[in-house]
Design a binder for this molecule. Structure first.
Ligand code: GLC
Length: 522
């Protein structure tokens, strides 16, 4: 439900699997994933043991930002299928006991959206332009000094001389949320998908939407690339993010979700600097959850992990929201690579994952992490992230390479085509396919399956209270009811406390926990 004043919402302890549509499974052989592809792999997700999937945008879109540039919010991009395929996916997922969260992109539309096309045609001063943020400039420079998250100025000039704001790509014009028509449109969109049976929404750039009305210059107009949005540099001087007015939108949306019963939810993507600002998005009458990016951004450090855990509970508890935990998504470097890559990176990634799966709240997993996939160094000629085109920095393609399912060469069962998919897969992935891992008890896939199963049996029933305790400077240790969790971030082995080891992220010799390893004890 939208109002999170109950403690029973299914999402509160869900394991939710993020599907990046273009890269999950391709049913028609064009090298691009699609909805029927996802539907065909739902049994895999049910078997993995997740409770829900979040599907990235599959609406009609020129795909400049791979779907985050929406041209029509109430239909399906032909590359990905038809509305009937979305209905079928929902029906099959529900039959398997899986919930489905879809992505909602309210900060901006595609420049191909009919509203933007009408705005361009109607000209300055028109009601059509008033749905976006068009401004004049006295000079040849943009109306202010804001930078796009993807690099370069956040303004583009139209042939008639006016400028429009785009916090992302120039093909993603920002809507003006001070215009009531924008509210009405998105309320219809919510109802459209709720009526079709979706269980929830992931709200893209939920901290955007409102900008300080006078659009003041930033004192330090540095580029806030997505993964750097929580840098310490993020401070007071952010007139385009996290404005107070945005919360009224979510109060209204919570009411709409409620119209459809207690089981519909929304999770915010809000890159805001501190836990208190994040908590505002999940107050009882607003959204249900927000991604906890502090966990994802923490270094490989026991004190840092401990601090994030403390801060997370300190901020969610007073508002009654359930915490979330996330290590990877389609915007950031995959976590085995972040932790150094290779065997050590993977060991750390598995250890961090096992730790997060023990914590109260819900977890968001990103497709391919259950296979231990690393970030791919995508060759410049194959890069497609709009940030790459605007800045010539590598961007996010490396975590978006299509999933290897089976076989010994690309496309590794991704689809029936014979060629490489839309971003080429590395040959080395032949040992990482689902097929190669599914019957190997030491594989990362088997580890995830077992960990999700243990989570359901031992962590979820263990109550909501987490108690951190000391086991050494480089060790994160906590109790949750009868469960004890230990993560060794140091360089030397650690003696485990008393108890039976239920699960570990790597081999354990007796009662000693090696570096880069986590264990659960009962
Ligand atoms: C969000 C998405 C990202 C997208 C951006 C613009 O941060 O996660 O992939 O590029 O919004 O919509």
């Amino acid at each position: 439900m939208g109002l999170n004043d109950q403690s029973t919402g299914w999402w509160r302890d869900a394991a939710c699997y993020q599907v990046y549509v273009r890269s999950f499974a391709d049913s028609d052989g064009d090298g691009i994933g699609d909805l029927p592809g996802i539907t065909s792999r739902l049994p895999y997700l049910a078997d993995l043991g997740v409770d829900a999937l979040w599907i990235t945008p599959f609406y009609p879109s020129p795909q400049n930002d791979h779907g985050y540039d929406v041209a029509d919010y109430c239909n399906v991009e032909p590359l990905f299928g038809q509305l009937a395929d979305a209905d079928n996916l929902l029906e099959r997922a529900h039959a398997l006991g899986l919930r489905v969260i879809v992505d909602l992109v309210p900060n901006h539309t595609s420049d191909q959206h009919e509203w933007f096309q009408e705005a361009l045609a109607a000209g300055p001063g028109s009601p059509e332009r008033a749905r976006y943020i068009f401004r004049d400039s006295e000079t040849d420079s943009p109306p202010n000094n804001w930078q796009s998250v993807f690099g370069g100025p956040a303004w583009t000039r139209t042939p008639d001389g006016q400028w429009y704001l785009h916090l992302f790509d120039s093909t993603q014009p920002d809507l003006d949320w001070r215009n009531p028509e924008v509210h009405a449109m998105f309320e219809d969109v919510l109802r459209f998908w709720l009526a079709r049976g979706v269980d929830g929404f992931r709200i893209d750039v939920a901290h955007g939407l409102y900008k300080v009305e006078s659009l003041p210059n930033q004192q330090d107009p540095t580029v806030r690339r997505i993964e750097r949005m929580l840098d310490s540099a993020y401070g007071e001087d952010e007139p385009m993010w996290d404005q107070p007015e945005v919360h009224d939108v979510y109060r209204r949306w919570a009411e709409i979700l409620d119209e459809f019963g207690p089981d519909r939810m929304a999770v915010a993507e809000a890159w805001v600097p501190d836990s208190a600002s994040l908590a505002a998005y999940v107050r009882p009458d607003e959204l249900d959850q927000a991604f906890n990016f502090s966990w994802l951004l923490a270094d490989w450090s026991a004190p840092e992990f401990a601090e994030v855990i403390r801060r997370t509970f300190a901020s969610t508890e007073p508002v009654g929201a359930s915490p979330t935990w996330v290590l990877s998504n389609h915007d950031v470097t995959r976590h085995p690579t972040r932790y150094g890559g290779g065997e050590r990176g993977l060991a750390r990634a598995r250890a961090a994952t096992l730790t997060m799966l023990a914590l109260p709240g819900s977890v968001y997993l990103y497709q391919g992490e259950e296979l231990g996939l690393e970030e791919v160094d995508v060759a410049p000629e194959h890069r497609q992230d709009p940030a790459w085109f605007r800045t010539r920095e590598p961007g996010r393609d490396g975590c978006r390479v299509p999933i290897p399912w089976s076989g010994a060469e690309p496309p590794f069962g991704f689809g029936p085509g014979a060629d490489q998919p839309w971003i080429p897969q590395p040959d080395a992935w032949k040992s990482l396919t689902v097929e190669a891992q599914q019957d190997d008890p030491t594989s990362t896939l088997s580890f995830y399956r077992a960990a999700l199963d243990h989570r359901r049996r031992h962590a979820t029933p263990a109550g909501q209270v987490v108690e951190l305790f000391e086991l050494g400077e480089d060790v994160l240790a906590f109790r949750r009811g009868p469960l004890t969790v230990v993560l060794n971030c140091g360089e030397t082995p650690v003696e485990l406390p008393a108890g039976e080891v239920l699960h570990s992220s790597g081999p354990i010799d007796g009662k000693v926990l090696p570096p880069d390893t986590a264990a659960w004890l009962s």
